[in-house]
Ligand binder design. Structure first.
Ligand SMILES: Nc1ncnc2c1ncn2[C@@H]1O[C@H](COP(=O)(O)OP(=O)(O)OP(=O)(O)O)[C@@H](O)[C@H]1O
Ligand SMILES: [Mg+2]
Length: 518
């Protein structure tokens, strides 16, 4: 069946590529990894100047498709591909005009922003091949100027925030490009807060005005509806169909992805708690962005933390878990355990588990298996009482993999072979497996698909109902609305507002985050 027949057959009306022209066409694309058929006879057609979303659950094959386009993997036999009417060997050659921002960003963290950009774009060189550093620096600054990040371009990216790294990866893809072809973005916004997402959208809109097409992967529904013209949905490595965005709503799209009915606006059944005892108190917390935050949380509360980039939102979870770094100061106490106040710099010993925002560098150990990654903190947690036997470990891994629906070839598979969202589930499972009384989450659903998100919300809500205290910071308003019993809005490093979540709308939350009327 040709792509266009399938488009019509699947209920979407196509953009009529004959009118707009097809820039990229791939047919019959398959990819088999040992034990996994990641893509099975997939076709996709990108029209000139369109923003084409690629959606599907975790492990449905989106990044694999993109890595085949980038010739990072080779394809199974039988695929055909064309760019601007010229055939190319997909998985072997990359046509001029395809630019990529990969899900793991593909940056070298030991190098600075400037060096990363220079490596990708080729250094600006003068006579005799001398590197023109002044020119290279001006070019780096010009590209980064489209974003509002205050980044030292000479420092290693290891010291940069996830947001800053994302911006560098986007800049690296765009530099020196004449804009002809297709810009491929694999979850560029997974950790971007609202204001930076808007900036990325502006860049995407500019790119598209030049007639460039964009292939866009995101699990954030609202982005797809704000940006995309059409969407191709994958499920289990197969193409479900290609649809005009205008004919869809988020529920229909979620249902196409998952295969059964999903409510994308799900809100967990949580109630505000004022009757239970206080389990966590923090006072006068400072850090790189934090300017004196004082808060308390009760048993059974899910306290949301919201704010723009730079408000300190994503720093607070780290400080509370005792991982705030040298700039952190302030005090913390867990009154259920003792009356004693602890300096946040030594709060690590309290053993509050943290789901970090940056899965790549802090969340998983790439060389370890799924099982080892999952049981890491439990091993630590059990260190006092004894240690986990092989059998116990296997049981733990199986239990949590099943509860969160981790898609993996097995507990001994290297974690790097899991899709992004499935790695995130392992990180979450690791924290839950030690049965904590306080849990701190930073971007808990970064890169997690809509079906799994709801499953995670349910699990967290159930644990809270049983008395767990949860602090959740997220740049995704959907997380905060779905989960929180109460939300603290940070602005400029302090708590600017506290919101009750009963009846709170997304617009009201965004307005508070943006400080409208302040
Ligand atoms: N290098 C690899 N070796 C073995 N299996 C792999 C490898 N890379 C991906 N896979 C498997 O291929 C399938 C598709 O993975 P892929 O990364 O394409 O998913 P995805 O749609 O991008 O998911 P996500 O939304 O979580 O990023 C998964 O089952 C994954 O475990
Ligand atoms: Mg992916």
């Amino acid at each position: 069946m040709s792509v266009s027949e399938n488009v019509v057959g699947a209920g979407g009306t196509s953009l009529a590529p004959a009118q707009t022209g097809t820039v990229l066409r791939v047919e019959g694309l398959s990819k088999t990894f040992p034990g996994t058929r990641a893509l099975d006879d997939v076709s996709i057609e990108i029209a000139r100047g369109e923003i084409h979303a690629l959606m599907g659950q975790n492990g449905s094959g989106k990044s694999t498709l993109i890595k085949l386009l980038a010739a990072y993997h080779s394809a199974d036999a039988g695929a055909t591909a064309e760019m601007d009417g010229a055939e190319f060997e997909i998985g072997k050659t990359v046509p001029h005009g395809l630019r990529f921002v990969h899900q793991d960003l593909g940056l070298i963290l030991e190098l600075s922003a400037q060096d990363n950009l220079a490596l990708r774009g080729g250094f600006a060189r003068g006579f005799g091949g001398r590197v023109l550093w002044r020119q290279q620096e001006a070019e780096t600054r010009r590209i980064l100027a489209a974003f509002d990040v205050d980044l030292d371009i000479h420092r290693p990216l290891a010291a940069a925030t996830p947001v800053e790294r994302t911006v560098v990866a986007i800049a690296a893809a765009l530099q020196g490009w004449d804009g002809d072809g297709v810009l491929v973005l694999d979850e560029p916004t997974a950790v971007l807060p609202h204001d930076e997402v808007q900036r990325l959208f502006d860049v995407v809109a500019q790119v598209r005005k030049r007639g460039t097409s964009v292939l866009y992967v995101s699990h954030r529904m609202d982005e797809i509806f704000a940006l995309a013209d059409r969407v191709t949905v994958l499920r289990g490595g197969r193409r479900v169909g290609t649809y005009d965005i205008d004919g869809l709503d988020s529920r229909k799209l979620a249902t196409l992805m998952v295969g059964n009915d999903v409510d994308p606006d799900f809100r967990a059944d949580v109630v505000a708690r004022t009757d239970t005892s206080v389990t966590l108190e923090a006072r006068d917390v400072h850090g790189k962005w934090l300017r004196g935050v004082t808060l308390e949380a009760r048993a059974g509360e899910i306290l949301g933390i919201a704010g723009l980039a730079g408000a300190g939102t994503l720093e607070l979870p780290y400080v509370l878990a005792g991982q705030g770094g040298p700039l952190a100061s302030g005090e913390l106490r867990l009154p259920q355990r003792s009356e004693e106040w602890h300096d946040v710099r030594s709060a690590g010993q309290l053993g509050i588990p943290l789901v970090p925002s940056d899965r790549q560098t802090e969340g998983v150990i790439a060389e370890f298996s799924v099982g080892e990654n999952l049981s890491l903190s439990s091993l630590r947690g059990l260190g006092r009482t004894g240690h986990l036997s092989g059998g116990q470990e296997r049981q733990l891994v199986e239990q949590w993999s099943a509860r969160l629906g981790v898609v993996t070839a097995g507990p001994s598979a290297p974690i790097s072979t899991l899709s992004g969202g499935n790695q995130q589930k392992v990180v979450l499972a690791r924290c839950l497996a030690i049965s904590p009384d306080v849990l701190v989450l930073c971007e808990p659903t970064a890169g997690v698909d809509i079906g799994t998100r709801v499953a995670i919300y349910r699990i967290i809500a159930d644990l809270a109902a049983a008395g767990l205290t949860v602090i959740v910071a997220s740049s995704d308003e959907g997380d905060l609305l779905a989960l929180s019993t109460r939300i603290l809005v940070l602005r400029h490093g302090v708590v600017a507002e506290e919101l009750a979540t009963d009846g709170l709308t997304k617009n009201e939350l965004i307005r508070a985050i943006e400080g409208a009327g302040q």
